[in-house]
Design a binder for this molecule. Structure first.
Ligand SMILES: Nc1ncnc2c1ncn2[C@@H]1O[C@H](COP(=O)(O)OP(=O)(O)OP(=O)(O)O)[C@@H](O)[C@H]1O
Length: 320
């Protein structure tokens, strides 16, 4: 067309230039379309996630009025299997009464379901059948937020956060703003933590490091006990760690634990003979049921008893 003079060289170059522009723009449009489709897919999944309702509500339900709350616990005909392992039942018609104000130690070999019992009390899972009752109220009727606010947990491998000792003690308190400096100090004293806190460079404002790495194991446990004292729960769940502390630290922790256990309903996942000996009752878990229940001496007097065998097997003091 250029040779026939129906198209000038300028028009040809302009055409080629514009054709290149159009091609580039069209290819940009197609990648834009594919990005848009990817975004649409991702946002659909996001909405599905946002719309998902948890099986166990986060809040809502009844609460036991403060003056009437005694803190008795009852596991009635409890059957349970984890949703991911429905073929492996953990409890099979388990029954256990924990009177208000008593100390009940849960013992059993590893995997017998001690921690699972605590998880059901905190309503992290619902049983397949049977009930968990607090003061006679099924936990399924109670507000999960209220329930968890009234059950203190002292795990001896506690979760500390990378903030100050003060914030770690106040963590979990129902009304942290209403807790005075004096109350925090009093809780730290009762938890046998005050003397080491005073020696820390910034006292209560000392940062404990990621997961409390700047503190020793025994110090972390005593911070957790101070946390429970500040929270002042009616029911206390004690999950003892198997890890050994040196004897001085151990006795400080034990002494503080005895203070925090006073006048509360205590359910302890027990490994230490010291707590088991003093418990009002010991519940021995085996094959998904409580197979023995009673005080230390009574269980030790059962010939060939499960508890007796557990103690004999682990005479060093660790029961599971
Ligand atoms: N989230 C979970 N999903 C599926 N199975 C679980 C889950 N948690 C625990 N289990 C299983 O349930 C059984 C009971 O576990 P649990 O932790 O209650 O036992 P335990 O008596 O506390 O054990 P240990 O003394 O070793 O701490 C074990 O077989 C365990 O593998």
């Amino acid at each position: 067309m250029v040779t026939e003079s129906s198209l000038t060289a300028g028009q040809l170059s302009a055409f080629l230039l514009y054709a290149a522009y159009v091609t580039i723009s069209l290819s940009g449009l197609s990648s834009c379309y594919s990005e848009m489709m990817k975004g649409l897919g991702a946002s659909t999944r996001l909405w599905q996630l946002i719309d998902k309702r948890p099986d166990i509500p986060i809040s809502g339900g009844s609460v036991i009025p403060a003056g009437q709350f005694e803190g008795s616990i009852r596991f009635r005909d409890l059957s349970f299997a984890y949703p991911t392992r429905s073929d492996a039942p953990i409890f099979n018609n388990l029954n256990l009464d924990v009177p208000a104000g008593s100390v009940t130690a849960i013992v059993g070999s590893s995997g017998s379901g001690k921690s699972t019992l605590a998880a059901l009390l905190l309503r992290f899972y619902d049983p397949i059948s049977g009930q968990v009752l607090v003061d006679g109220y099924p936990v399924t009727d109670l507000d999960p937020q209220w329930l968890r606010a009234n059950i203190g947990t002292v795990s001896q491998e506690p979760s500390l956060f990378s903030c100050s000792i003060r914030e770690n003690i106040l963590y979990g308190a129902n009304t942290p703003d209403s807790i005075s400096e004096e109350q925090i100090i009093q809780a730290a004293k009762e938890a046998n933590a005050w003397s080491f806190i005073q020696q820390c460079p910034q006292g209560l404002d000392t940062i404990v490091g990621e997961r409390g790495v700047l503190l020793s194991g025994g110090q972390r446990q005593r911070i957790a006990i101070a946390r429970a004292i500040v929270k002042n729960p009616r029911i206390l769940l004690l999950d003892e760690a198997t890890s050994a502390l040196d004897s001085e630290s151990e006795s400080l922790v034990q002494e503080a634990l005895e203070r925090v256990m006073k006048d509360r309903t205590v359910l302890t996942i027990a490994h230490r003979l010291s707590t088991i000996r003093k418990a009002s009752q010991i519940a021995v878990l085996e094959r998904g049921q409580v197979v023995e229940l009673g005080a230390y001496e009574a269980l030790m007097s059962i010939p060939n008893g499960v508890f007796k065998k557990l103690v004999e097997r682990q005479t060093v003091g660790l029961l599971a």
